[in-house]
Design a protein around this ligand. Structure first.
Ligand SMILES: C=C(O[C@@H]1C=C(C(=O)O)C=C[C@H]1O)C(=O)O
Length: 182
């Protein structure tokens, strides 16, 4: 299956208002809290699933494997802002990300950014293709209203353990102003 996201998209191709969100190196949750009231985490699913084709390569996973998967919506006053999809392999749950399964409605970032030993890769971003698996999931979360969906992803490292976090920006609060080309 061909890659359905070009994760080396230049930031300059993203809508101007979205760029600081795509390139935020700190906690996205904390940035959302600073800009939006009553941020909550709605857990959509947490369990073991097959990784997406463009995830097996980045985490060097065997394609037939199942990985620990967490999908949430970050909402402000009930309005979905970000769809987040995070995965880690089974053996890294015990060695590195043991709190991944117990995060519940606490934002994963609160755990990841509290541990000074956890490092983060460079961020990558792209405009999702409607063929990307995360496109369908994110659209379903917002009732199929979004015309374009930009996403970012990065890998968190705890020793040799890896956690891949992908965040899809949902709400029109990020769309460019009318005078700015998309
Ligand atoms: C990694 C962070 O945690 C956020 C919360 C997540 C969750 O609770 O599953 C997943 C990704 C992020 O949007 C962050 O705040 O930067």
């Amino acid at each position: 299956m061909p890659h359905t996201a070009f994760w080396h998209t230049p930031l300059a191709l993203a809508p101007w208002s979205l760029r600081p969100w795509l390139s935020e190196r700190g906690s996205l949750t904390q940035r959302l809290i600073a800009h939006f009231p009553q941020l909550t985490v709605r857990v959509l699913q947490q369990g073991f699933r097959r990784p997406h084709p463009d995830e097996t390569q980045i985490l060097q996973l065997p394609s037939a494997s199942h990985v620990a998967t967490r999908e949430v919506l970050l909402c402000s006053q009930g309005r979905p802002l970000v769809f987040a999809h995070s995965i880690t392999c089974r053996q890294h749950l015990q060695a590195g990300f043991h709190l991944f399964e117990r995060s519940g409605s606490r934002p994963l970032g609160a755990l990841l950014f509290a541990d000074p030993c956890i490092r983060r890769s460079a961020l990558a971003w792209c405009k999702l293709s409607p063929r990307h698996p995360l496109w369908q999931k994110a659209q379903a979360a917002v009732g199929g209203q979004a015309a374009t969906l930009w996403a970012r992803r990065s890998v968190f490292y705890s020793g040799a353990a890896q956690l891949l976090v992908t965040e899809v920006f949902l709400s029109d609060f990020l769309l460019p102003s009318p005078c700015e080309p998309i």
